[in-house]
Design a protein around this ligand. Structure first.
Ligand code: MRU
Length: 364
């Protein structure tokens, strides 16, 4: 176990060593009471870390999967090319089953596979493994730069804002180290602006209470924790002038999947005339789907609701519905902040022109 010292930035996840190395990540299920890093030495460990939300949030899931691909091929670096590629495909197939909604997972797996395919026949497996580790590391490094860029672009939207509300956790813990929705807040704070963040606790798994509140405290940003059901009252009292959330998948028309409860917050923001912003890197856009109707929504176990964090809080045998995400229609989103700039208004044309390309379907 290691403890995070004030002011010390420990990346959410990082690769340790060379092609025979491993993935180290902060176990987010232990926060905020314990700061523990775990080591993943094989694909099942990465799969389980993603599935059990030890590593979570769209960009971090993608980066974990990219390094998971490097773990998957470790035993075939001295095998023949066919065995190497068979193992790469099997790893891709396995990791793709870990969680369904965040498109960054499929984006990262596809990027790693495409990269390997381009090298096929040109290098022996050992050299390809080195190159693949380089590609995963590039994804890791690009993530850091993208988050800073989102912070720079988003800060202008907070110019006249004192109170801002966020839902779930889209801070440093969902990326290598700076976050998406929290990046403009961190950038504003670092520039000396006084912001007050209202943090939805985010039932049922409390990512807001456990993770966002912890991150804001660590960085010295003023924050107040509220139950999800208090957001309307906080808005009615005039405490917030903006809402910023992250995203797990954004369709071509701007419809956005994010943590369950986000759609309610967007409706409340519209009812109170408060701008609602989404912050996400380009790897979270899925331009192969027309609208949010086509976004797969993860269904999770009933126990997350009936036995949250171990204690039974509902009668035995009660029927439970537990979708982990919902879709906010583009018409409720004032702007999407990505690493290239601010997309506004949120529609198909603006999205495609900002991203400058049509993304291919992420087939693994
Ligand atoms: O189930 P989780 O904790 O992985 O859900 C995470 C979220 O919904 C985040 O808001 C989303 O991934 C955006 S973070 C860039």
């Amino acid at each position: 176990m290691s403890a995070q010292q004030p002011g010390q930035v420990i990346p959410t996840l990082s690769w340790i060593g060379g092609i025979d190395g491993h993935l180290r990540l902060i176990d987010q299920t232990r926060l905020p009471t314990e700061f523990v890093e775990i080591e993943c030495h094989d694909v099942p460990a990465v799969w389980e870390a993603i599935r059990k939300l030890k590593v979570r949030g769209a960009p971090a899931i993608g980066i974990a999967a990219a390094f998971g691909m490097c773990l998957g091929i470790q035993n075939t670096v001295d095998a023949d090319e066919a065995a190497f590629f068979a193992r790469l495909q099997a790893t891709a197939d396995q990791l793709a089953t870990s969680r369904p909604t965040a498109v960054n997972l499929f984006w990262a797996i596809a990027r790693m596979k495409d990269f390997a395919t381009k090298l096929r026949g040109k290098f022996p497996p050992r050299e390809m493994a080195k190159a693949l580790l380089g590609e995963a590391t590039a994804i890791w490094e690009e993530d850091r730069a993208m988050c800073r860029a989102i912070g720079r672009h988003g800060v202008e939207l907070l110019a006249d804002v004192r109170g801002v509300l966020t839902h779930c956790n889209a801070g440093a813990l969902v990326t290598v180290d700076y976050g998406t929705a929290l990046a403009p807040i961190f950038a504003a704070h670092e520039a000396g602006k006084r912001l007050h963040v209202y943090v939805d606790e985010t039932r049922p798994l409390l990512q807001g209470a456990r993770l966002t509140a912890w991150e804001l405290q660590q960085r010295g940003v003023e924050a107040t924790l509220i139950c999800d059901s208090m957001a309307a009252q906080v808005m009615r009292e005039g405490r917030v002038q903006a809402v910023i959330v992250g995203a797990d998948r954004i369709a071509a028309n701007g419809d956005t999947a994010n943590k369950i409860g986000t759609y309610s917050v967007a409706l409340l923001a519209a009812a109170h005339n408060i701008p609602f912003y989404v912050a996400a890197p380009s790897s979270t856009f899925d331009l192969s789907i027309e609208s949010g109707e086509q976004i797969p929504i993860e269904q999770r176990q009933a126990e997350e609701i009936t036995h949250g964090f171990g204690r039974q809080t509902a009668p035995t045998g009660i029927d439970v519905y537990n979708p982990a995400f919902d879709v906010t229609p583009a018409k409720l989103i004032h702007a999407i902040i990505c690493e290239h700039g601010v997309i506004r208004p949120v529609d198909r044309e603006q999205i495609s022109s900002m991203l400058g390309r049509k993304l291919e379907k992420q087939s693994v």
